[in-house]
Structures are given as structure tokens and as C-alpha cells.
Design a protein around this ligand. Structure first.
Ligand code: ADP
Ligand code: MG
Length: 395
């Protein structure tokens, strides 16, 4: 498996030191409590390693998209959950930086955790403000970035501060980069890329990247309608990401000469509207009549895709094949999820909704790597450098 050419936390000398850890603790909240703690759990191995080695930890993450320090987006529920999961002393700082925060950091004992407030409470976070980065660096002796899900952003906590302290990659970030790099650096063949979902503009770059390096590119979800529209077909009321139709038009002729076979659905499941109770119709074809929308790939397409995935040496899947949240339109996504889970090939799944689909079908433990980073995993797949990784010290 391809390695990460960055310093790793396992090799860092941390005993008795204060370590600033950037994690991705951007969890969904419900009524002031953590609704899903997957991301907190994913951050635990690095935190536990540092505690075992008698470091004290200053932990920082963003949470949601605060505009003006809304108390609803405080890290308090995360601190509570972290206490339950680690059994450690977890103090919640009253802010991200400042004199009071600095005093709390200085008072930390080995094994203790100080969780800073939501990094986006500071306007300098997203601006990658050098002054904020300096204040953050002043809180610790060493910086560890474990926030893979935020590594595609050059923000003060993910990029700026990395230049100001000795730095290294956390365990999760390193495993993410390794698993995802294995898909494009010398993958076991055939390499099968499965793309769907609704955020098409984010994913067209992945198709381009793999046109000449994968064997198969399988397309489903709302994404296929950008291509059908580009081909001049009827898409009815289907969700079409207009912004990506032009890109689809440019891609289509290139697909003919490419190494990869690009597959679009040959049948669909239609509904009248985006609802589980809507009238449903199976269409043996792809021209969607007026008054209908395509909400899933059809059974022939699903069977064909499942077969290609079963024969894969490596498979990367991002984006559901249909509106899997609605039971009548979940079959295509289920078929693909089951194929990804049971293939002998190396399987990697990225994307928040794809991960939710895998979990919904009870298959989360059956894939080789379930990425915690949607946007970051796509950018890595496109071959872009992630600023949060690049800024770390080399190995
Ligand atoms: P991911 O989070 O895995 O990257 P996206 O966010 O791009 O995936 O897309 C997931 C969403 O796409 C789901 O909410 C699903 O309902 C929706 N979706 C998939 N196919 C269709 C379709 N044919 N029509 C409408 N919505 C769709
Ligand atoms: Mg999504």
C-alpha cells in the first residue's frame, strides 16, 4: 500500500509535551446532543496514543457553519461525549484563543484534554489568518493533524498553524491517505470507479482523472441525468445539476477513446415526486417521460454494475445510485453496496451519504475502508494536493 511521506505521530517524541491536535469533530447535533459520534470515535486512536505517552492534549475542531458564535454550535456536547468515551478529564475552553485559554492550556496535566471552542467562532479560521495561527501555536509544543475531513481546506487550524510548530500526521489522517492513495497509485486491477449522488460538479473531476487509468467507470444517481441531458435525451422532472451538463458534454466524446469503459444506466426506476408514497414505475430505457423523475437505477443496470464490482481488483464508490433514503428507490444502491461489501477486491467508500447508505444496509464492517472525509476524499481522488497534508513536516 502506498505510504504517506509525512512525519507520523507514532514516531513523535511527545512525553510530557503539550500537543495541539486538529481533529474532525464536526458531528451532527440533535437537540443539543451528539446525534452520531462516528467522527469522535474515529479521532480516538490518536488521542489515546498521546494520552498513553503522557502528553497533554489541546484539541480543536470546527462544528457546523457558525456565523456569529451561536451557542447552539458550541463544542459542549462534543466535550461531554468525549468524556464518556475516553474517561479522561476533558475541559472545555471558553473560546478558541486568548489569555484564559492559554492559562488553561498551561495548567494541563499529562493525559488531560482541553477542547477549544468551535474554531469557526474565529473569523480568522477560514481566512487562514496568520495571527490566529500564531495564537494557536502558542498553546502547544507540537501540532498533530488528524482531521482528514477538513484537510482539503487551508484554514488556520488545518494549514496555517502547521508551519509554526513541529508537525506530524495523526493515525486517522495517515490511514485515510494510505487507503485512498492505494486506489490510484498502482491499484490491483481491474480498477472500478462507481459514482452517483447529487453533488455532481464535485465529482466530474474524478471521472476525468480515471478515464485513462481505470478499467470501468459506473455512473448512477442523479449524476447520470447530467450525461443524459448532455446527450439531448428527455430527463422529465429528474434532478439535473445544470452546472455540470457542459462538463458532461465535453467528457462524453473523450470517453469513447479512453482506457476506461464508462457505463451509464440502461434502465431506471421512476417516481412522480421525491417521496416514498409516490407512484412508482420501472422504465426499460432511459428517456424519462414528462411528469416523472428518475429516482433509482433499474434492476438490469444494478445487476450489471454488481457484476463488474464483484470482479474488481480495487473498487472506489462515491455517491448513492438513487434516492436510497426512500425504500421504494433503495434497491439500486443496496445492490451496489452489497457488491462493494462482498467483492474480493480492495474496497474504498467515500462520501457522507454513501457511508450512511452502507450503514443503513448493515454493511459498514464489510468494506476495507470507509472514508470519514467526503470532499477531502474526492479531491485526493482527483489528484489534488490537500493543503492540510502538504503543510505537515516530511517524514
Ligand atoms: P455523497 O454524500 O455520498 O457524496 P451526494 O451528497 O452527492 O453523495 O448525494 C447523495 C444524495 O443524492 C442522496 O440524498 C440521494 O437521495 C440523492 N440522489 C441520488 N440519486 C438521486 C436521484 N436520481 N434523484 C434525486 N436525488 C438523488
Ligand atoms: Mg452528501
Amino acid at each position: 500500500m502506498a505510504g504517506l511521506d509525512k512525519a507520523g505521530v507514532r514516531d513523535a517524541d511527545v512525553a510530557g509535551k503539550r500537543v495541539l491536535v486538529r481533529a474532525d469533530l464536526n458531528v451532527p447535533l440533535d437537540g443539543g446532543a451528539v446525534a452520531d459520534d462516528t467522527r469522535i470515535r474515529a479521532a480516538l486512536p490518536t488521542i489515546e496514543l498521546l494520552r498513553e505517552r503522557e502528553a497533554s492534549i489541546v484539541l480543536v475542531s470546527h462544528l457546523g457553519r457558525p456565523k456569529d458564535r451561536e451557542p447552539e454550535l458550541s463544542m459542549a456536547p462534543v466535550a461531554e461525549r468525549l468524556r464518556e468515551l475516553t474517561g479522561a478529564e476533558v475541559k472545555l475552553a471558553p473560546a478558541v484563543v486568548g489569555d484564559e485559554v492559554a492559562a488553561l492550556a498551561e495548567g494541563l496535566e499529562p493525559g488531560e484534554i482541553l477542547l477549544l471552542e468551535n474554531s469557526r467562532y474565529e473569523p480568522g479560521e477560514k481566512k487562514n489568518d496568520p495571527e490566529l495561527a500564531r495564537a494557536l501555536a502558542g498553546l502547544a509544543d507540537l501540532y498533530v493533524n488528524d482531521a482528514f475531513g477538513a484537510a482539503h481546506r487551508a484554514h488556520a487550524t488545518t494549514e496555517g498553524v502547521a508551519h509554526l510548530l513541529p508537525s506530524c500526521a495523526g493515525l486517522l489522517l495517515a490511514r485515510e491517505v494510505e487507503a485512498l492513495s492505494a486506489v490510484h497509485d498502482d491499484p490491483k486491477r481491474p480498477l472500478v470507479i462507481v459514482l452517483g449522488g447529487a453533488k455532481v460538479t464535485d465529482k466530474i473531476g474524478v471521472i476525468e482523472r480515471f478515464l485513462d487509468s481505470a478499467e470501468e467507470i459506473l455512473i448512477g444517481g442523479a449524476m447520470c441525468f447530467s450525461f443524459f441531458r448532455a446527450e439531448g435525451r428527455d430527463t422529465g422532472e429528474s434532478l439535473v445539476d445544470e452546472a455540470s451538463v457542459e462538463a458532461a458534454k465535453e467528457l462524453l466524446p473523450r470517453a469513447g477513446d479512453a482506457r476506461a469503459m464508462m457505463h451509464l444506466p440502461e434502465d431506471l426506476v421512476l417516481g412522480r415526486e421525491f417521496s416514498a408514497d409516490t407512484e412508482r414505475m420501472e422504465l426499460n430505457g432511459i428517456d424519462v417521460p414528462e411528469g416523472w423523475m428518475g429516482l433509482d437505477i433499474g434492476s438490469n443496470t444494478a445487476a450489471k454494475y454488481a457484476k463488474r464490482i464483484a470482479g474488481a481488483g480495487t473498487v472506489f464508490w462515491n455517491g448513492p445510485m438513487g434516492a436510497f433514503e426512500l425504500e421504494p428507490f433503495a434497491a439500486g444502491t443496496r445492490a451496489v453496496a452489497e457488491a462493494v461489501a462482498s467483492t474480493d477486491g480492495f474496497s474504498v467508500v467515500g462520501g457522507g451519504d454513501s457511508a450512511a447508505a452502507i450503514a443503513q444496509f448493515g454493511l459498514a464492517d464489510e468494506v476495507d475502508w470507509l472514508s470519514t472525509g467526503g470532499g477531502a476524499s474526492l479531491e485526493l481522488m482527483e489528484g489534488k494536493e490537500l493543503p492540510g497534508v502538504e503543510a505537515l513536516a516530511d517524514a
